[in-house]
Write a protein that binds this ligand. Structure first.
Ligand SMILES: CC(=O)SCCNC(=O)CCNC(=O)[C@H](O)C(C)(C)COP(=O)(O)OP(=O)(O)OC[C@H]1O[C@@H](n2cnc3c(N)ncnc32)[C@H](O)[C@@H]1OP(=O)(O)O
Ligand SMILES: O=C([O-])CC(=O)C(=O)O
Length: 389
């Protein structure tokens, strides 16, 4: 523990200051559980590996948001509703055409997600139909907006979703304008399941803080997208491939890592506040990457990544620093032909399910988040005219 022994003054009950709120419970939640010592992750009690191999992203999203696995009828209805709301207004597409083509797709997504609040009636938070429609709209439209920006920035018109394609396959189709191979679509769907939820990570905390003000769900998701974008959080998946590119070849791994550690550089895709062992999602992502390599050809960058994991286990393992979810995901997406700066927006597509589950849970027992602080500034003093300073 690196908690400082400072005490909050002015709070009703003085509490120790814990930078980054490490170990501080900030909510009660029944959505997801992490055993960071054993590397076990469950959604609503179901082991993640079972969901990744047997469920679909939409079924898992339903589970996360509504608390139980859907019946056949409930699943069909949810899938149909999502399919019906995949299109985005031409006004939003036109707005996206005005975005700079060199801008990051996460910024485009954050702006477009927020813009949904302009179109759909706000803050009927006590109306169950409003909750359902917001859930459906966000899960349906976020992938369409990610794919639309990809085509727009290449100077093309976005293409419409295809009603005969399931969620993951349709996204890959909207991105590449080609119907994806069924194995590729299945693996991509499993990736969405793996990224759908992870308790009170930074972006979900952001979502819950925003939700606690009773603002609209589009603002909740937009604030979470902005938080996910940072390189210490979801943005690390994009940086991992850049880092592997810099290392260059397996024989350079050990000297590169020694230099990085000596320079106090963070190794992207490594380390986690909760896990002191390898992230269970990284284990499953490796299996998925290998399935893709078997079918579509090997990627030498995978050998480099494995070598880095092996050498890092010696150097950083004793400190409990191992690969996290962001380490191998990029290798899967790269094999699927997805550009690197779309890795984090894809994370956001998946995590929208978790954010919405937390939004709904927050509304069920809401109290606005308003922690205290320790003031470290000047004591009270008098203002002076500018000429007298
Ligand atoms: C989806 C996700 O968000 S998964 C995380 C994605 N982010 C990354 O991969 C970025 C790299 N990783 C990190 O920056 C961190 O491990 C985080 C942000 C994930 C967790 O941060 P924290 O729990 O606050 O750990 P913190 O940064 O305090 O590190 C604790 C110690 O481990 C070291 N450490 C942590 N992660 C790493 C890393 N990736 N590389 C090298 N050292 C590391 C720190 O330098 C620190 O060492 P010290 O005690 O000697 O100063
Ligand atoms: O839990 C965290 O802090 C980060 C993470 O792995 C995630 O959001 O998936």
């Amino acid at each position: 523990m690196r908690w400082r022994s400072l005490v909050v003054t002015g709070a009703a009950t003085p509490a120790p200051f814990r930078p980054g709120l490490e170990g501080v419970p900030a909510t009660q939640s029944s959505i997801c559980d992490i055993d960071g010592q054993r590397g076990v992750l469950t959604y609503r009690g179901y082991p993640l590996d079972q969901l990744a191999s047997s469920s679909s992203f939409l079924e898992t999203a339903y589970l996360l948001i509504w608390g139980e696995l859907p019946t056949t009828e409930q699943l069909q209805e949810f899938e149909q509703e999502v399919q019906m709301h995949r299109r985005v207004s031409f006004r939003i597409r036109d707005m996206m055409k005005c975005f700079p083509s060199g801008g990051h797709p996460m910024d485009a997504l954050q702006s477009s997600a927020a813009s949904l609040g302009l179109f759909y009636s706000r803050r009927a938070l006590d109306n169950p139909e409003y909750i359902v429609s917001a859930v459906v709209r966000l899960i349906a439209k976020i992938p369409t907006m990610v794919a639309a920006f990809q085509l727009i920035r290449k100077g093309q018109d976005p293409i419409q979703p295809r009603d005969d394609l399931a969620y993951a396959a349709n996204f890959l189709y909207m991105l590449t304008e080609r119907e994806p191979d069924p194995l590729a679509a299945r693996i991509f769907d499993a990736c969405l399941i793996l990224h759908a939820e992870h308790s009170l990570n930074a972006s979900t905390f952001s979502a819950r803080v925003t939700a606690s003000t009773l603002t609209d769900p589009y603002a909740v998701v937009a604030s979470a997208v902005g938080t996910l974008a940072g390189p210490l959080h979801g943005g690390a998946n994009e940086d991992v491939l850049e880092m592997l590119g810099q290392i260059g070849s397996p024989d350079q791994v050990a000297p590169w890592l020694d230099r990085a550690i000596a320079g106090k550089q963070k190794i992207m895709g490594f380390g986690h506040r909760e896990y002191k062992v390898k992230d269970p999602r990284a284990v499953i992502l490796q299996t998925l990457a290998e399935q893709l390599f078997d079918q579509f050809g090997h990627d030498p960058m995978y050998d480099l990544a494995r070598k880095l994991e092996e050498v890092a286990a010696e150097r950083l393992g004793p400190k409990g620093i191992f690969p996290n979810v962001d380490f191998y995901s990029g290798l899967v997406y790269r094999k699927l032909g997805i550009p690197e700066d779309l890795f984090t927006p894809i994370f956001a597509i998946a995590r929208t399910a978790g954010w919405l589950a937390h939004w709904k849970e927050q509304l069920g027992a809401n109290r606005i988040y308003r922690p205290s602080q320790i003031y470290t500034g000047q004591p009270s003093r008098d203002w002076q005219p500018v000429g007298a300073r």
